[in-house]
Design a protein around this ligand. Structure first.
Ligand SMILES: [Zn+2]
Length: 138
């Protein structure tokens, strides 16, 4: 199962394992709905963003309940359902461009930034909130 996850693509430039942190959290295995939700985020937000700013590094995507509590995530975190990712551009000089792009994206549900990172979330099942907070992370 894990070996297959490593080869599974969500979209042309994003692999499923980039969103799982399996080396650190081997039990962080997503179900099919989570995978579908992650793919939605890749196609609607991350691929278009990558086209603009180049490679994007994902530090955290899906988190099961155990992982989410271990990292101090909020109880109703969208990471729990594969509707969020913590990312930064491989080229730090592209940070503001990435923020500006995701801020303008119609599929952005929540965008929190700061300290060189962005938390971006999406929801395939609801109208995007378009909530943006720049400088959220200190
Ligand atoms: Zn996050």
């Amino acid at each position: 199962m894990k070996e297959n996850l490593n080869e599974t693509r969500l979209s042309p430039h994003f692999r499923l394992d980039e969103f799982l942190n399996l080396r650190k959290y081997p039990s962080n295995i997503p179900d099919m709905q989570v995978v579908a939700n992650l793919a939605f985020g890749c196609y609607m937000l991350l691929e278009p963003a990558r086209g603009l700013v180049g490679p994007i590094i994902v530090s955290s995507g899906f988190r099961n309940a155990a992982v989410n509590s271990k990292v101090g995530g909020v109880r109703n975190s969208q990471h729990l359902v594969g509707q969020a990712a913590d990312i930064r551009p491989g080229n730090p000089a592209q940070f503001n461009r990435l923020v500006d792009f995701l801020r303008s994206c119609e599929y952005t549900d929540q965008l929190l930034t700061g300290n060189g990172w962005l938390h971006i979330s999406w929801n395939p099942f609801a109208k995007p909130r378009r909530y943006v907070k720049v400088g959220y992370y200190k």
